[in-house]
Design a protein around this ligand. Structure first.
Ligand SMILES: NC(=O)C1=CN([C@@H]2O[C@H](COP(=O)(O)OP(=O)(O)OC[C@H]3O[C@@H](n4cnc5c(N)ncnc54)[C@H](OP(=O)(O)O)[C@@H]3O)[C@@H](O)[C@H]2O)C=CC1
Ligand SMILES: Nc1nc(O)c(N)c(N[C@@H]2O[C@H](COP(=O)(O)O)[C@@H](O)[C@H]2O)n1
Length: 236
């Protein structure tokens, strides 16, 4: 599985305001780049925090890209994935419409009535049991979905290239589990501020063994810049 993380942040590293409302940091050129990255992916993943805050759709904007995917024997839109331990995704969330397959990765503790309600609303509910048996070590804290096992479950469903769009909690967990291969960050020319505003990587934070990144490209788009990294093996 190849995992690409993409997000947009302010110069001070925030993904949104302290109110956690959706904020357009990217401009049209960057949103077009994001659409290209989505089009190349088999699935786009977000955390339930992003679903609750943004009610995203996570489909392609550009019809030509959908047509090209269909011509190549792929679904018109990439699948959508939400990591949602207890099934908090609202049953009327936009992500549950029929524009694409939507996998909800829940943990074994998700109440059966929530699983049933979400399946009835159109989700493919996948109960992720901890311990994936892959070479990458499980980083589950017991409460959240075990991302390593979750990625394994997605791979079993034919997903080879996964785009992670956030938010900060999930991006941190992906790094902590050693799952990230590429990181693309759009830095918009703005300051958001706020100690409680979400950042690119929240969670517990690292105190050692910081993931090391190789800067492989920079591109000026709109009034900001895209920083593209490959993720190293942890050796400084
Ligand atoms: N500018 C940008 O590019 C983007 C901005 N955003 C913004 O980010 C904010 C949302 O981010 P954030 O609050 O961090 O939420 P996330 O989208 O990262 O979702 C976090 C939630 O996902 C669930 N989860 C399940 N498994 C895991 C796991 N292994 N690791 C971490 N989380 C897990 C948890 O809820 P539970 O315990 O219930 O399962 C957790 O609270 C919003 O304000 C949104 O607008 C979001 C995406 C992109
Ligand atoms: N790349 C990027 N730039 C921004 O400025 C953003 N606010 C986001 N947010 C992400 O995009 C999702 C919305 O997708 P839809 O337009 O609904 O398809 C949102 O949920 C964030 O993941 N991204």
């Amino acid at each position: 599985m190849h995992v690409v993380v993409n997000a947009a942040q302010s110069v001070d590293g925030k993904l949104a305001t302290r109110r956690r409302e959706q904020l357009r940091i990217s401009g049209p050129e960057d949103f077009d780049r994001v659409d290209r990255v989505r089009a190349a992916a088999d699935a786009v993943l977000v955390g339930v925090g992003t679903v609750l805050a943004d009610d995203p759709h996570l489909t392609l904007d550009e019809e030509d890209r959908r047509v090209e995917r269909l011509r190549n024997g792929r679904p018109g839109n990439p699948a959508r994935v939400v990591v949602d331990s207890t099934g908090r995704t609202p049953t009327d969330a936009r992500i549950l419409d029929d524009a694409a397959t939507t996998y909800l990765l829940v943990s074994a503790s998700a109440p059966p009535e929530r699983r049933e309600a979400l399946a009835a609303a159109g989700a493919e509910v996948v109960v992720v049991e901890g311990g994936s048996g892959t070479e990458r070590e499980s980083e589950s804290d017991g409460d959240h979905v075990d991302l390593v096992a979750g990625i394994h479950a997605l791979a079993e469903r034919g997903i080879d290239r996964l785009m992670v769009e956030g938010g900060g909690e999930v991006i941190y967990s992906c790094f902590a589990a050693g799952l990230v291969d590429e990181l693309h960050v759009y830095v918009g020319s703005m300051v958001i501020g706020g100690r409680d505003a979400p950042t690119l990587a929240d969670g517990e934070g690292f105190t050692e063994a910081f993931p090391r990144l190789d800067l492989v490209d920079t591109e000026r788009l709109d009034d900001g810049i895209v920083l593209s990294y490959e993720v190293g093996d942890g050796t400084p």
